[in-house]
Design a protein around this ligand. Sequence first.
Ligand SMILES: O=C(O)c1ccccc1N[C@@H]1O[C@H](COP(=O)(O)O)[C@@H](O)[C@H]1O
Length: 218
Amino acid sequence: MSRTPFRTRIKFCGLTRPGDVRLASELGVDAVGFVFAEKSSRRLKAEEARAMRHALAPLVDAVALFMDNAQEEVREVVRQVRPSLLQFHGSEDDAFCRGFGVPYLKAVPMGGNGSLEDGIALHRRYPGAAGFLFDSHGSGESGGSGRAFDWSRLPSGMQKPFVLAGGLTPDNVFRAIRDTMPWGVDVSSGIEVSPGIKDGDRMRKFVEEVRRADCNVD
Ligand SMILES: O=C(O)c1ccccc1N[C@@H]1O[C@H](COP(=O)(O)O)[C@@H](O)[C@H]1O
């Protein structure tokens, strides 16, 4: 598929060590994600994420990830961590997501066999969303599993930016970008040695593969 010159945004998610945040910044990643979802093995406390945020270079975004967390907890993370973007993976509605005065991405579960909404329906349900993130988990399930979904099931009619997530690795991200042309890609397991512990070589290789896809102009 032909594409105009473009730079695919990169988000590394589920970081738990300041050294990984520093390396992500040096590699030119656009955003790093801190996970506050209750069931996650990558979950941070607000004060831990606040310390991690200090390791972030200028012009790199901090994203806070939630999954049906209480309003008070989201508020406390926003107060302490000052993320520039929120990412909601649960059954939060638009009013809840908008209520913190920070732009948000709504994660859309692509797992399971249920019928999927098209882009128009998603935009109507989440008019305040800055964009959408398509992930492989089923509705109500936790993400960050390293499992991919069938990219041909992505909804049509997307007007806002979308981020592709779920099971991306240095080995498949080139094909993922070529096939789906997302605004950005998000990876957690695919650059890890174990949950929350990132691998420097895999981080570097992932970024190289995204750059290679971006240079692949027909
Ligand atoms: O990372 C988690 O533990 C997590 C928990 C709950 C919801 C989402 C979670 N992670 C997000 O899942 C996608 C894909 O992750 P992976 O690359 O397949 O491991 C990504 O957006 C993570 O931020």
